[in-house]
Design a binder for this molecule. Sequence first.
Ligand code: FAD
Length: 306
Amino acid sequence: MLQIRDNVPLAPLTTFGIGGDAMHFVDVQTEADLREAVSLAKEKGVPFVVLAGGSNVLVPDGGLDALVAHIVPGEHRFEGKRLAADAGCNLLALIREAAGLGLGGWEKLAGIPGSIGGAIRGNAGAFGTEITDVATRVSAFNSVTGDSRDFTNGDCDFSYRHSFFKDNPEWIITKVALELHEVTPDESARLIEETIQERERRHLQNVRAAGSFFMNPVAPTGIVEMFESEKGVKARESRVPAGWLIEKAGLKGHRVGDAIASEQHPNYLVNAGEASAHDVGNLAQLIKLEVFAQFGVELQEEAALL
Ligand SMILES: Cc1cc2nc3c(=O)[nH]c(=O)nc-3n(C[C@H](O)[C@H](O)[C@H](O)COP(=O)(O)OP(=O)(O)OC[C@H]3O[C@@H](n4cnc5c(N)ncnc54)[C@H](O)[C@@H]3O)c2cc1C
């Protein structure tokens, strides 16, 4: 039986540290818990919202008149080169434990905050590695119809920061199966620490933000060429970094209330004090308008606006 709580502050459960209360709130681990949470939301006549690591969300200042199912770390099991983990398991903890067992291939994802389920939903990636590279099966259930289904990697329709689950939010990821590579534990541990240090060096860690606020957009040829000649690197899939566009638009360091487009990473919208969701929303809107006006490029949010 789930413990339901009312008026639970959500800000402390997010890396932004922003947002109001959940009208109803439950911690969940398993598919059975999630199904019970869906029934509770129906009983109460409120929407059902999923929150996991809270590292890619912006919660409104007025909170959510909803039942928030907070997916917390559950169980995981290694078998040969395979790992099966409940959706709420922490990604970094799994990467570290796998390394100790001589299993890797995903060390460059080390330092991405949040859960393995959240990573699957957004096909989380860094430094050329994405979770799709190791994911083999995803179990999910449909919170509207109640159907359960196992998805192969192909069924998940992964691409840059995208999966089937992003387009179909009624499907809730409950378990993830991965196939890892045999590695030397010491070498894997070294790669993990190097990756985290590199993220710290680039000021990508421990910031009150939701990571990259916008996805890197596909840009017109002229803009791609400008980026390539300026930076001396090839744009992948004709995408240019949103942070580069924000800087070019003159908005690096721009501030609305306590929300700032980071000096180090303009695509990180940072809570520099007491920022509200309203401040972040206004800053994001201003950035979108300015980038479109100057470059004809439409930025799309990567962070989920709950
Ligand atoms: C400092 C910092 C650095 C970051 N760096 C990176 C990076 O390098 N690369 C990268 O890709 N991302 C990065 N991110 C973004 C974020 O960490 C990832 O998107 C992460 O995978 C989100 O997982 P989460 O558990 O925190 O999801 P949450 O923030 O809790 O949720 C995000 C969305 O996913 C949904 N969701 C969560 N769990 C499930 C589930 N089980 N089933 C269905 N829907 C679900 C939620 O409803 C919400 O819409 C960074 C974030 C921060 C704060």
